[in-house]
Ligand binder design. Sequence first.
Ligand SMILES: Cc1cc2nc3c(=O)[nH]c(=O)nc-3n(C[C@H](O)[C@H](O)[C@H](O)COP(=O)(O)OP(=O)(O)OC[C@H]3O[C@@H](n4cnc5c(N)ncnc54)[C@H](O)[C@@H]3O)c2cc1C
Length: 409
Amino acid sequence: MNSQSCNIAIVGGGTAGLALATELKRLGVEGVTVLEREPEAGGVPRHCGHYPFGVRELKRVLKGPDYARALVKNARAAGVDIRTGATVTQLHPNARLSLNTPEGDYELQAQRVVLCTGVRESSRAQRFIGGQRPMGVLTTGALQSMVFLNQKRPFRRPVIIGTELVSFSAIMTCRHMGIRPQAMLEENNRVTVRQIMRPFPALKGVPIRFNAQNIRILGDKTVEAVAYSDAAGQHRIEADGVIISGQFRPESALLHASHLEVDPATGGPSIDQYGRASDASYFCTGNLLRPVETSSWCWHEAVETASRIAQDLTAPIGGTESIALCAADPAIKFVVPQRLVKSEAPGAMTQMQLRLAQPASGYLSAISGGQTLWGGFLASRPERRVLAPLKPLLKPTLTAPVEMHILGG
Ligand SMILES: Cc1cc2nc3c(=O)[nH]c(=O)nc-3n(C[C@H](O)[C@H](O)[C@H](O)COP(=O)(O)OP(=O)(O)OC[C@H]3O[C@@H](n4cnc5c(N)ncnc54)[C@H](O)[C@@H]3O)c2cc1C
């Protein structure tokens, strides 16, 4: 098989991959290659045909596709080699990749690989949605691709399952194409997005049905209806399509088939405070780290990761011995990073990220071997960003795992 080499190979040309590549070039790193499986780079924003993208990072208010184009343009201008139609099919130890491209398969040997493959929504099967198997059941991402990349209208009267931010963006995508959602179904008794967004669907003429259980899709060839039950009994909504929105999970198929450690809690890679995977020649950034953050957040995260990689190339970060950083309370869904290495190299993440599995309040505490290293008040709901400082935990003397507790909740 053909073999090529580069300095830094970035897997995924979305927000994180492009921001990281551009910053690496700005820092003077040579031989930066972005590998993107789609025919165009730009990632998810390419098919988010709505505002607002780019406010903090580009100081402009853009629609997703314009933002994606701006990121590609900046990367090219900085001298990044962007290879499209290039699907990475395997990760090997010590920064070696297998690729499938229109020109044929080849291997790429890099000094460092950065994984930036993002997130995707859970499928119907992953959400255990029952019923028949008709055509016309799409995730929001698939709908956005059809509408904004192919100008197609897959249905006219769909039901939206979920009430996350992306579910609300599904309403906007539908409006763009003259599609009229019949209802949103939410299994809980309140919307997943922040309450301030609660009136939006009603303003667009889309009722929300709360406490919807046992959701089933009905229809032989195409969708005919969606059935569900609640405390009042059984219901049926006539519809010709279904949008399955949200419940993001990292795009980690490559990871699962590789030698790299995966964190079952996030579904993404297990990383240290420098963003390094269990093989230190692999860094990871962007939404692959955890479901799910905004594009702006991923852009900033990637720029920080770029400076760590640039530093690692000149003065290796070192530190292979690590202790675990983990959740010790059922209300905590995940913690990132998952490992703290004993390295005092500069540039480590300053904050850990947590998400809750259920609403919780109390004293969030980092405890190692019975010693409280840090504590702070927490009151939050699931799917909200929770941050806590990492610095008090980065002590070379620690020997026991650092466990995150919620005390007095
Ligand atoms: C449906 C959907 C809607 C969203 N809407 C918004 C929104 O409105 N606003 C917002 O701020 N955020 C939104 N997000 C969050 C989104 O993840 C971030 O905005 C941002 O795109 C994250 O950047 P990223 O680089 O981590 O991932 P992405 O932008 O997803 O980029 C990952 C890239 O990796 C490529 N890739 C994956 N596997 C391989 C492989 N094996 N080989 C080569 N290339 C590969 C993919 O093709 C993709 O281009 C949405 C996400 C989804 C899934």
